[in-house]
Every structure is written in C-alpha cells, then in structure tokens.
Write a new protein. Structure first.
Length: 119
C-alpha cells in the first residue's frame, strides 16, 4: 500500500462514515433496511434516490394524495408531522408543482385531529 495516500484514505473513510450516520439518523426503520449494507455513502444515497425520487404525473398524484390524506395524530409530535407535510410540499415543488403558503395552511388545518375542532 502506498503510505503517502494512507492519511487521505483514513480521512475519506471517516467522512464517509460520518455522512452515513447522518443519513441513517433521519431514516425510518423500514427505509433504513433498504440501504443496509451499503458501504459507500454515494451508493446509499443512490439507493434512496432510486427508491423515492418519483417523476411525472404519477409521482405528483401520489404526493398530492398523501398530503390531502394526511392525519395529524395528537399523541405524536405535531411539529414533526407538520414538517413531514412541508417536506411533501417541497417535493411537489421540486417536481414543478409548488404549493402556495395559503394552500399549505389549508392542508395542515384539514389534517388536524377532529378533537381540536372549534367549529
């Protein structure tokens, strides 16, 4: 092994590991199992991208449906659930279908638990 590159290799390995940890910390168990065993962060990211990056009208329809069918559960962290909804809106925007702030508010309001209704 060329010792002149040993430090670079160790640095790369450390940064690769740190990047993988950051990604894994954001994944649900089911999703993490899809990429388990990937040793290079780029491979892990490619697997996630190919699994979740939808294109075309079908992806837009699926995301829109998911957004409108979203139900916020009072027993779970509400801010995390609203962030999940915002992420769906961002994904729609990245596919060329941005949602106005007002539209996003309407979607969140309709997703609130029924017991929170004041009307």
């Amino acid at each position: 092994m060329d010792l002149t590159n040993l430090k670079d290799i160790k640095d790369w390995d450390q940064l690769n590991l740190e990047a993988q940890i950051q990604i894994f910390m954001t994944l649900d168990y089911e999703v993490a199992s899809l990429v388990n065993g990937k040793e290079v962060t780029a491979d892990l990211w490619s697997a996630l991208k190919s699994r979740f990056e939808g294109k075309g009208l079908m992806a837009i329809a699926m995301l829109t449906s998911k957004l409108w069918q979203y139900n916020i559960l009072a027993e779970n962290d509400v801010s995390m659930q609203i962030q999940d909804m915002k992420n769906i809106a961002l994904k729609l925007s990245s596919l060329g279908y941005p949602l106005s702030d007002e539209y996003q508010v309407i979607v969140v309001l309709q997703a609130l638990p029924n017991e929170w209704s004041t009307i």
